[in-house]
Ligand binder design. Structure first.
Ligand code: FES
Length: 625
C-alpha cells in the first residue's frame, strides 16, 4: 500500500510505502532535513510536523494515519509539539495522504558559506592552451592524415611540442570538423601532450572550475584560464547531508546499502553540476568551454565522488584506496562541461587528511618558511599540520560537528536565527547576544557556543572539569535535585522557537570532547616533532574565521600562543584549489608536499589519553594577550 505526501514549504509531492519512514522518502527525493545522527534516533533533529485531516481531538497514539509515537520521540519532543503532531522523521511511517511540514527548512544557509580565502596573487600557467590555426589542406602531393596535419600545424607555432595524442571521441569527428571549418580552427591542447578540442576559429575562450568539496558545504569558482580572472563563485550545502553530518555516517551508508556508494556519489555529482550550470548560465558561458576542474576534498568525500570504496578509510589502520594525484575525463564522472576536459583531484596526505589539507598547505606554504606554524582547519573533522621548511607533520582529529553548532541541544549552523556572539554580565549573569539576520534567536552556532562557554568559564559558572557550579545562584541556572543542569541563554518569550534556548551539561561535554580531541592532536603533533615552540597559529576554514580567537584560547581549544600570532586565513582550501587550477608548477608542488608531510596517527601515541583528558578540562584563570 502506498500514499501521497506533500512536503511543505517545498511543495514537493512524493509517494510513501507503508514500510518506509518519512526519512527514507526525504533522502530518496533529495529533500533537506537535519538528520545529524543519520537516522539512528539519537539526535532528535529530524523534526517534522504532520499536517493532515486528523481531528484535533485525537492524539498521535490514537491516530491510525501513522504509526504510534515512540518512547524515544517523546524524549525529544515537548508536550506542545506532540499535541501539534510533531514527530521525528526517522521513526514516522505514514499510511494515508498527508502534508509533512519541515519546520527548519532554511534555504538561506547557502548564502553564508565561506567560499573565499586571501585572494592570493597567482602566476598564470594553466595546463590548457589554445591555438588559432590555418591548416594546409590535403592534396595529391601531400598525403598526410588529418591528425598529423593538425599536429604539424601546432608544432610549427609551439616549438616545445613534438607530438600530441588526441581524445578518441574527438578523433572520430576530426575529419568532418576540419572540413566543416574550412581548415581554420581553434585547437585546445592540454599539458602539451593531448588535443582535447578542435572548434570554430571564432571560439577561443577557455575556463576552469576549482571546487572545495566539504562534508557539509561545496564552494566553487569559475575562472578564465587565460588571465586567471575570477568570473564568479557559488556555494551550496552538500546534499549528502541527508545521510548524516559526518564522514563516518556517509561511509556507513555506503556499506549498509547495496547501491549506497552510487547513490551518494550521484548526489554530489549532481550538486557539482548544479553549481557549474548556474555559474555558466548566469555569465553567458558555454559549458563546453570549461575544460578543467580541480577538486579538493577530504579523503572520504573524494572516494565517494570517484565511486571508490570508502569502507577501509574508516577502519584501523585507516588506509585509503589511493593517495596520488588523480585525473579523469569529465565525461567519465558525469560532469556537465567539455566532454573532452579533465577533472583533477589533488593528492591525499594519509588517512582522513585529504586533498583539502594539501590545498591549504599550497596556499599557506609553511614548507617554505623558517617559523614553526601550527595550521588548524576545523570542519566536521579537524586537520592539523605543524612544522616549517625542514619538516611538516600532520594529523586529523575527530572534533565532530559540535563546534559547528550541530548535535548540541539548541545547536544550529550559522544561518539566520543563530546566536553568533555572547557576553554575560559579571554581576547579574544576564547574557547579551547577537543573532544572524533580523530575526528572533532559534539556536546557537559554533562561534556562539565558544563565546558562551568562555563566558561561563570566566564567571566560574562552569568549573574546570566542565560541570556546572551549583553554588552560584541565578534564575538563569536551572537546578534539578540541587544540581545545576542548564544555563538559560534565551527565555521562551524572547526566542523564535517558542521554548527556552539553553546550554545543557551534555552540550558542554560535547564541546569538551571536541576540544579535547583538537588540543591532544596539536599537542602530540608538536611533541612528535620535538620542536618546543609555536611561532604562529593559522586558522583556516569557516569555523576558524568566525570564532573569537581570545575566547577560543580562553577555553583551551588549542595550545596557547600570543593573540597577535594567530592568523585567520578564510577558506585556504579553495585558494589552494585555485592555485592548482591556474598553475601547473603549483600542481606539481602539491604532489611533492603530499609525499613530504609525515602523517602521525596521534591516537596511537603513548600520551594520547593523558593529553586528551587534559585537553577536555578548562584552563582556569589563564591570561591572554
Ligand atoms: Fe532522526 Fe537523528 S533522530 S535523524
Amino acid at each position: 500500500m502506498s500514499c501521497k505526501i506533500t512536503f511543505q514549504p517545498l511543495g514537493k509531492r512524493c509517494i510513501i510505502n507503508e514500510n518506509q519512514t518519512v526519512l527514507d522518502i526525504v533522502r530518496k527525493n533529495g529533500i533537506r532535513l537535519n538528520n545529524a545522527c543519520g537516522g539512528n534516533g539519537t539526535c532528535g533533529k529530524c523534526k517534522i510536523q504532520i499536517k493532515c485531516k486528523m481531528p484535533s481531538s485525537l492524539k498521535n497514539e490514537d491516530y491510525k494515519y501513522m504509526n504510534p509515537i515512540t518512547k524515544i520521540e517523546k524524549k525529544f519532543l515537548t508536550k506542545m509539539e506532540i499535541i501539534n503532531n510533531y514527530r521525528l522523521a526517522c521513526f514516522t511511517k505514514i499510511y494515508e495522504d498527508a502534508i509533512v511540514y519541515i519546520p527548519d527548512q532554511d534555504n538561506e544557509m547557502e548564502n553564508i558559506i565561506l567560499d573565499r580565502g586571501r585572494n592570493l596573487k597567482i602566476d598564470i600557467n594553466s595546463s590548457i592552451k589554445t591555438y588559432d590555426l590555418i591548416i594546409k589542406e590535403p592534396s595529391l602531393e601531400d598525403y598526410r592524415d588529418d591528425k598529423q596535419r593538425l599536429v604539424d600545424a601546432i608544432c610549427k607555432v609551439e616549438k616545445s611540442i613534438s607530438n600530441l595524442k588526441i581524445d578518441y571521441s574527438l578523433l572520430k569527428n576530426l575529419s568532418s570538423i576540419l572540413r566543416r571549418n574550412h581548415w581554420k580552427v581553434n585547437v585546445v591542447v592540454r599539458n602539451n601532450d593531448e588535443i582535447i578540442d578542435v572548434r570554430n576559429i571564432l571560439k577561443s575562450r577557455i575556463y576552469g572550475v576549482s571546487i572545495d568539496l566539504g562534508t557539509t558545504t561545496l564552494a566553487a569558482s569559475l575562472i578564465d584560464l587565460k588571465n586567471g580572472k575570477l568570473i564568479t563563485r557559488k556555494s551550496k550545502m552538500n546534499s549528502q547531508i541527508q545521510y548524516g553530518d559526518d564522514v563516518i555516517s556517509r561511509i556507513s551508508y555506503c556499506m549498509l546499502n547495496t547501491n549506497g556508494l552510487d547513490e551518494l556519489s550521484n548526489i554530489i555529482r549532481e550538486d557539482i553540476n548544479t553549481l557549474i550550470y548556474q555559474m555558466a548560465k548566469e555569465n553567458n558561458i558555454d559549458i563546453n568551454d570549461i575544460f578543467e576542474i580541480v577538486i579538493v576534498g577530504n579523503t572520504v568525500m573524494e572516494h565517494i565522488f570517484l565511486k571508490l570504496n570508502p569502507e577501509y578509510i574508516g577502519k584501523a589502520p585507516f588506509v585509503s584506496g589511493i593517495r596520488e594525484f588523480i585525473e579523469v575525463k569529465l565525461r567519465q564522472c558525469d560532469i556537465v562541461a567539455s566532454k573532452f576536459g579533465y577533472l583533477c583531484f589533488l593528492p591525499i596526505e594519509a588517512g582522513f587528511v585529504g586533498a583539502d589539507n594539501v590545498a591549504v598547505l599550497l596556499a599557506e606554504k609553511p614548507y617554505l618558511k623558517n617559523e614553526h606554524s601550527l595550521l588548524i582547519d576545523i570542519g566536521t573533522n579537524g586537520e592539523i599540520v605543524f612544522g616549517n621548511k625542514d619538516k611538516l607533520y600532520s594529523t586529523s582529529c575527530a572534533t565532530g560537528p559540535a563546534l559547528e553548532g550541530a548535535q548540541l541541544s539548541f545547536g544550529m549552523r550559522a544561518t539566520n536565527g543563530a546566536i553568533e556572539k555572547v557576553k554575560i554580565n559579571d554581576i547579574t549573569l544576564e547574557p547579551t547576544y547577537e543573532v544572524i539576520g533580523k530575526v528572533l534567536p532559534k539556536g546557537i552556532c559554533g562561534s556562539g557556543i565558544i563565546d558562551v562557554i568562555a563566558e561561563l568559564v570566566r564567571l566560574k559558572i562552569i568549573l574546570k572539569d566542565g560541570s556546572f557550579n551549583s553554588n552560584i545562584k541565578s534564575d538563569r541556572l536551572i537546578k534539578v535535585k540541587n544540581k545545576v543542569k542548564e544555563y538559560v541563554l534565551v527565555w521562551k518569550e524572547e526566542s523564535g522557537i517558542d521554548r527556552d534556548i539553553v546550554i545543557k551539561q551534555k552540550d558542554i561535554r560535547a564541546v569538551q570532547l571536541a576540544k579535547g580531541a583538537l588540543y591532544a592532536g596539536a599537542k602530540l603533533l608538536i611533541k612528535h616533532s620535538k620542536i618546543k615552540r609555536i611561532d604562529k597559529i593559522i586558522l583556516a576554514g569557516a569555523f576558524g574565521s568566525y570564532i573569537d580567537k581570545k575566547n577560543a584560547l580562553y577555553i583551551g581549544l588549542f595550545p596557547t600562543c600570543p593573540l597577535d600570532k594567530i592568523e585567520v586565513v578564510g577558506n585556504a582550501a579553495s585558494e589552494g584549489a585555485k592555485l592548482a587550477l591556474l598553475n601547473v608548477i603549483e600542481r606539481e608542488e602539491a604532489k611533492n608536499i603530499a609525499k613530504k608531510v609525515e602523517f602521525v596517527e596521534v591516537a596511537n601515541e603513548r600520551d594520547f589519553q593523558k593529553e586528551f583528558f587534559e585537553g577536555m578540562n578548562f584552563p582556569y584563570g589563564i591570561s591572554i594577550n
